[in-house]
Design a protein around this ligand. Structure first.
Ligand code: SAM
Length: 211
């Protein structure tokens, strides 16, 4: 998988090493183990997905994580991306709207020995204001617009990666805050499940998607 990611243009050695170390198959059902290292999303509980490895690598690389970073992740899901963040950053704060997914991820990540992760169940579109500001923010569900609460909780300097756009297809954005200015860069087209919440999509309009 990691050789494939390098061939696809992922150059950050720390990201590649972290993805080599973390056993992705542990984050999916046993029945999917034969597909766990293929470069595509896989279903997890609550009709959600573990994202495609290439997108995970691209988003992580874009964050330029440092060992001192405090990182906010929205969409814990299986916990796979959380593990990568915990390997590369100082402290990870991760929010998931489904309690069942959060609990399962917490169990897996504790068993794996991570002690630098804090978990919250709730609406991540509002961020985690009590712990702000965050050096890095990663949103692994698609928003119609960049949530203003998350922007307000991004440090200066700070980096956020987030898929923004329509319900089927979005653009993966890298947002940088530097010297009180915001810079926006488009990384690629993508297709994520919806961010459902006050600053995301309304519950009843959420749709099936891919990543
Ligand atoms: N990063 C995850 C992984 O490695 O398995 C995959 C995330 S999955 C594509 C998107 C996740 O975002 C789902 O688990 C979904 O329940 C969660 N989600 C959607 N809206 C949310 C919200 N407002 N707050 C927190 N989590 C949310």
């Amino acid at each position: 998988m990691v050789q494939h990611l390098a061939a696809q243009g992922i150059t950050d050695k720390n990201v590649l090493h972290a993805m080599q170390r973390i056993p992705r198959h542990l984050f999916v059902a046993n029945s999917l183990w034969d597909q766990a290292y293929a470069d595509h999303p896989l279903p997890i509980e609550q009709n959600q997905t573990i994202s495609q490895p290439y997108i995970v690598a691209l988003m992580t690389q874009a964050l330029q994580l440092q060992k001192s970073d405090r990182v906010l992740e929205i969409g814990t899901g299986s916990g796979y991306q959380t593990a990568i963040l915990a390997e590369l950053a100082g402290q990870v704060y991760t929010i998931e709207r489904f309690p069942q997914l959060s609990q399962k991820a917490q169990r897996l990540l504790r068993e794996a020995g991570y002690t630098n992760i804090r978990y919250r169940v709730g609406d991540g579109s509002l961020g985690w204001p009590e712990e702000a500001p965050f050096d890095k923010i990663i949103v692994t569900a698609a928003a119609p617009e960049v949530p203003s609460s998350l922007l307000a909780q991004l440090a200066d300097p700070g980096r956020m990666v987030i898929p923004v756009g329509g319900r089927q297809v979005q653009t993966l954005l890298l947002i940088r805050r530097e010297n009180q200015e915001l810079f926006k860069e488009e990384l690629c087209a993508c297709s994520f499940l919806p961010l459902v919440g006050k600053e995301g999509w309304p519950e009843e309009e959420s749709i099936e998607s891919r990543s």
